[in-house]
Design a protein around this ligand. Sequence first.
Ligand SMILES: [Zn+2]
Length: 377
Amino acid sequence: MSRGWCSPERYVQGPGEFDNLKFYTDKFGKKILAFIDGFLYDEFGKRLKALYEEEGYVVNAVAFSGEVTEELIDEKAKEFCEDRPDVVLGIGGGKTIDVAKAVGTKLNLPFLVIPTIAATDAPTSSLSVIYRTDGSHVGEFFYDHSPSVLVVDSQIIAQAPTRFLVSGMGDALATLIEAESTRKSNTPNLVYHKAGGFRQTLAGQAIARACYESLMKYGGFAKTACDQNVVTDALEHIIETNILLSGLGFENNATSGAHSINDGLTAVENSSKTMHGEKVAFGCIVQLMMECAPQEKLEEVLSFCMEVGLPVCLEDLFVENADSNIQKIAEASMHSNWGNMPFDVTTDLVYSAIKTADAYGKGYKEVWNIKHKKQEN
Ligand SMILES: [Zn+2]
């Protein structure tokens, strides 16, 4: 199998980068179509228009809310196919970004991604997640193009609720854990996914390691900075980790067990109470348990989760640890990526791994809490 790599053409990150957007779009032309998250529309619609006040620019800002459906993508592509823009922007969270990617691709236009939170690694990737209007998941649209430019304004990310950043760390936590398993199984990555993908590059593997190391080093400090709504170097490191390293890591190495558990967890009650990265974090513990990882490795991950506030057991995900629930999660997870593991995974194996991960995580949390209370007193 040949090796393959993909990434956005450019990536920039820093406080105030939003105000430099015109510099990044000028290369493509003066007609801008921007999708903006509905609840951010007032603020960012105004800020965006102010950047392009000069003569000759046309800015069409569209407020987006609801689900990313095939119908909506077709409708928007049709609406703008006569009077074509030069470039499409997605400003906001994952869904708005996914609409911009999909419409940009349909119209064969470059697209720029401007995330306002660092909750997942979606901004970097060349795919959109598609839903039905009732919120149920349809599948993914895979593209042969990555975003042209990713513009991350760290001041905007610092002002968003910390839970988004922490959830992004949960998503990033899976990058190395999954990459190591897909390397062993020689699973094709997501580069030109429609054509079957490629073998991992050394670059992809190095990025997955950097992703994990950065979380361990800077995660706690970054959370504190975000709690205070200020930008520090640690926060900058974690924003880059959550968005760039984690995004490049999963696309260039593929996902496996942790994301399968995320998918399984969406089948049980209270699933909507937790975010993607929070479910993935527990998925990491399940995968490590199944792989019989060294105790130090498992406890490093658990300690990290406790420090930043990620789930370590089912109770933290508002899921009752009843056998029927665990069975349901295990069964639903079998439709996902367990096939990318280097050994055969059965529903029974997943069931046992969830049960032990939950018990171990719960026990670890109790001891951790006692220890940290003692230190406080
Ligand atoms: Zn993910």
